[in-house]
Design a protein around this ligand. Structure first.
Ligand code: ADP
Length: 179
């Protein structure tokens, strides 16, 4: 199996022409602020319509996608092919299973991309915005979970961590240098 070295990019994830862009969504899948808002704005109403359909099918609009889970939709007007919506945990001090849930976001997104035949995938720094997850801890969990899961996803040939802020960028730069 070829070794994959995750790439690092600073910028706006909505601009990326990859197979799958991962969205840090909320459980209701109704759009929100941060990267979620940016993705929905750039994708246009088709994305929200698909999310609403998933929420309806889940029969429970508040928890259409629980923390740690991932669902896939088309990408509307975005240059990517699909959007994978995953729901990060809200940071509550670290004793409420946050690390396991965050690892699950990265893992389930990769497994879903593999199932969908999507070879390149870009992740934002899930939970490190309004959900308050400490950036250092989140990055360690993200990189570890991705590296572990890649062993099970031979169809995935390109992984990009997209950092919006300088602090995340420098944290990831250090971590990925050691991978
Ligand atoms: P969460 O609710 O999971 O914390 P946020 O969207 O508030 O989600 O933040 C997650 C991360 O996404 C933050 O590090 C934020 O800086 C980053 N972010 C915000 N907008 C974009 C964007 N357009 N592209 C990439 N990352 C973004």
């Amino acid at each position: 199996m070829p070794e994959i070295k995750p790439e690092l990019l600073r910028g706006d994830i909505t601009k990326l022409d990859v197979d799958a862009v991962v969205n840090a969504a909320n459980s209701g899948l109704m759009g929100g602020g941060g990267v979620d808002g940016a993705i929905h704005r750039a994708a246009g109403p088709a994305l929200l319509a698909e999310c609403m359909e998933i929420a309806r099918a889940a029969g429970n609009r508040a928890e259409a996608c629980p923390a740690g889970e991932a669902v896939v939709t088309g990408a509307g007007n975005l240059p990517c092919k699909k959007v994978i919506h995953t729901v990060g945990p809200v940071w509550r001090g670290g004793a409420y299973g946050e690390a396991g849930l965050l690892a699950s976001c990265y893992r389930k997104s990769l497994l879903l991309a593999q199932r969908e035949g999507l070879a390149s995938i870009a992740f934002p720094n899930i939970s490190t915005g309004v959900y308050g997850y400490p950036k250092n801890k989140a990055a360690e969990t993200a990189v570890l979970s991705v590296m572990k899961t890649l062993a099970e996803t031979p169809g995935i040939t390109r992984v990009i961590f997209v950092c919006f802020d300088e602090e995340n960028l420098s944290i990831y730069r250090k971590l990925l240098a050691a991978v």
